[in-house]
Design a protein around this ligand. Structure first.
Ligand code: HEC
Length: 181
């Protein structure tokens, strides 16, 4: 083989580009399968958002994700998939309350550009938004108390109420999956 130098260089550049494309693709596929398993919020747009979000937007997404993880932990116990452990429920609920208390600060004015799913309505109706956050925190505290009391029935009711308080805010202040930008 007697390839001219230029051809060799072009070839190796093409090779490198192909390699980069491949590793990016596998990365994306990995992220997607991870969210797929999570099940609770499995949209493509969320995966993309997580990949490119930075700063305060990334921080609030991380807080939200952490709350989702705790919800799953509690849900498994409340639904009887895992052994009911009131103190674990209390600890998980307190973490949720804590994330909630910190989250309002992570929505500075105007931080609704791509890739966020936060709706501009948050800042038009800041009082409503913070009220929704406070009400979620209160629901988490009620759940923590019923966990500490070891009261399965009350924990069940409180868990459902907490889930509704997450959903109520998402419904009003978060871009719907279908409409994702
Ligand atoms: C007061 C409003 C509010 C409450 C209460 C709330 N969320 Fe959210 N949540 C949002 C907003 C707004 C976003 C979109 C954030 C963004 O994309 O910048 C979001 C995003 C999320 C996400 C996606 C995060 C990501 O990686 O993109 C998850 C998961 C989530 N919330 C879980 C929860 C759970 C679980 C609860 C209840 C325990 C909860 N949220 C309570 C407003 C709220």
């Amino acid at each position: 083989m007697n390839l001219p130098m230029k051809n060799i260089r072009t070839l190796s550049i093409a090779f490198f580009a192909g390699f980069v494309a491949l590793s990016v693709a596998s990365h994306v596929a990995h992220a997607q399968s991870k969210t797929g398993k999570n099940g609770l919020f499995p949209t493509k747009s969320v995966v993309i958002a997580q990949k490119s979000a930075t700063g305060v937007v990334k921080m609030r997404m991380d807080h939200m994700k952490a709350m989702g993880t705790e919800m799953k932990r509690i849900g498994a116990m409340v639904r009887g998939k895992k052994r009911f452990d009131g103190s674990k429920i209390a600890a998980a609920s307190e973490k949720i309350a804590d994330h909630g208390r910190k989250s309002s600060k992570l929505f500075p004015k105007g931080s609704w550009q791509n890739p966020t799913r936060a709706l501009p309505k948050i800042w038009k109706d800041w009082r409503g938004f913070t009220r929704a956050m406070n009400s979620m925190v209160r629901s988490a505290i009620v759940l923590a108390e019923s966990g500490r009391a070891g009261n399965k029935a009350r924990a069940n009711t409180a868990f459902i109420a907490l889930g509704k308080s997450c959903g109520a805010c998402h419904r009003n202040y978060r871009v719907k999956k279908k409409k994702s930008r």
